[in-house]
Design a protein around this ligand. Structure first.
Ligand SMILES: Cc1ncc(COP(=O)(O)O)c(C=O)c1O
Length: 441
């Protein structure tokens, strides 16, 4: 359930008209729905209830402190991948609460390893042999034994975009499945290391359950081997990557992922850890923009609006599809458009046969031909000042935003029923130069 819907031709986030938010906070603006965030978190908690999983929300998807705090208050831990994300996780942790944190990433620095040991992370997800020894040495120097899980690359067939598939042969992630058991053998009894788990993150987004079944089977096998070596394996971490509905209903529900993962939990008796990011926050956020200009050139129609690749880079980086619709539907648009985009994203577009609608490229002001948010989409002809909603922008939207072209990053707003609050103020021009000003001679 995503709490964005049209009522009387106007887009609402929960019970707040998106237009009112755009007027109050300006655009480009990220708008998040609290009910949607919690709905997706609870969907995972329910589907995997039998295993009572530790759900470590993957901060890279959206690290806003208020969102992280909200999720931690509702039972989530954190998956972090850098010192900066660990810093966020610690700042977002509710007062007087300790939440489980897992630390992944192929290039942890010595300083980050020390920081994570100081923060008492639940597990390091270790991605190379050299990293493993480094963590062991640093932990010993600090008089500690570091809790580690070995991240294994299960070498599965391609399952998602080549840039985000992390479990095919030859990617930089994890330890080779052929040699991971030898690596585990080498650290039996190491005074600075406790091998407590196995980690696997297949890639993202994955809209089939089969890769998880294959990965989980391999994990069961490996855990048995680690145990025979004498390691006390307690944790099975199957990462994140659960796909979401960018179009309509192309992604399996949480129960379907649970069905293929839970047998591995039963077989190993391990505590299950998951690292969902996109599944929780992806459809809980939209990016709202304002139409600046219309332009036709080279036989194409362009809708130039004030959001750009620096605000949402997924279309440029991965060719990702985000639905883009007007915040206020033109008169005559079906109230609940039949958007079966899983069949054919275009055929189901309510504006395809709409009188006067045109195929348009939705682009931003950035000086790159690759700056687009949508291409060749049937959309009504919208006046200057009209508002657009770019859907499914909650994950890897703001967290990948940059200041390219010296554009201040957008504000972020969290809606709860009929109320809303700023959770990140819009950046200013002064913010753009604040790290440089003191260096000017
Ligand atoms: C190790 C790890 N865990 C979890 C995630 C989160 O993936 P998603 O947001 O698709 O759930 C990622 C994403 O890249 C990742 O690299």
């Amino acid at each position: 359930m995503d709490y964005f819907h049209y009522r009387d031709g106007q887009l609402y986030c929960e019970n707040v008209p998106v237009e009112a938010l755009a007027h109050q906070y300006g655009t480009p603006l990220y708008v998040y729905s609290q009910a949607t965030l919690l709905h997706h978190l609870h969907a995972l908690q329910k589907a995997f209830a039998e295993a009572n999983p530790i759900l470590c929300y993957s901060i890279k998807a959206n690290g806003n402190l208020s969102i992280c705090r909200l999720l931690a208050e509702h039972g989530a831990g954190f998956d972090v991948t850098s010192g900066g994300e660990l810093y966020r996780a610690l700042r977002a942790t509710p007062p007087k609460k300790k939440v489980p944190i897992v630390f992944a990433g192929v290039g942890k620095t010595d300083a980050e390893i020390r920081m994570a040991l100081d923060a008492d992370v639940l597990l390091f997800d270790v991605e190379s042999e050299e990293e493993l020894w480094t963590i062991g040495t640093i932990a010993q120097q600090m008089g500690r034994r570091a809790p580690v899980a070995l991240r294994v690359n299960p070498d599965l067939p391609p399952k998602t975009h080549i840039k985000t598939d992390t479990s095919v042969k030859g990617v930089k992630f994890g330890l080779d499945i052929e040699t991971v058991v030898e690596v585990a053998q080498a650290v039996v009894g190491h005074p600075g290391l406790q091998l407590l788990g196995l980690h696997m993150h297949l890639g993202s987004p994955i809209i089939k359950t089969e890769p998880y079944r294959l990965g989980a089977d391999k994990a069961v096998h490996l855990i048995a081997q680690f145990r025979r070596q004498g390691h006390q394996i307690r944790y099975l971490n199957l990462g994140g990557g659960f796909g979401i509905n960018y179009r309509r209903d192309e992604a399996p529900p949480a129960e379907a992922f649970a069905e293929v993962i839970l047998p591995a939990v039963r077989a190993t008796g391990c505590q299950l850890i998951l690292e969902p990011g996109r599944f929780i926050v992806g459809n809980a956020g939209i990016l709202v923009s304002t139409v600046l200009y219309r332009k036709s050139t080279g036989g194409k129609h362009y809708l130039i609006q004030d959001a750009a690749m620096n605000d949402l880079i997924r279309p440029t980086l991965y060719g990702s599809l985000h639905r883009v619709w007007p915040v206020r539907l033109p008169p005559g648009t079906p109230e609940r458009p039949p958007v079966d985009m899983s069949v054919d994203p275009e055929r189901a577009n309510p504006f395809l046969d709409f009188p006067g609608s045109l195929r348009q490229d939705v682009v931003g002001p950035v000086c790159e031909s690759g700056d687009f948010l949508a291409k060749d989409r049937p959309l009504p002809v919208l006046p200057r000042g009209a508002l657009l909603a770019i859907f499914s922008a909650g994950a890897y939207g703001m967290s990948m935003a940059s200041n390219y072209n010296s554009r201040p990053r957008p504000a972020e707003v969290l809606v709860t029923d009929a109320t809303h609050r700023l959770i990140r103020r819009r950046e200013t021009y002064a913010d753009l130069i604040c790290c440089e000003e003191g260096c000017l001679n």
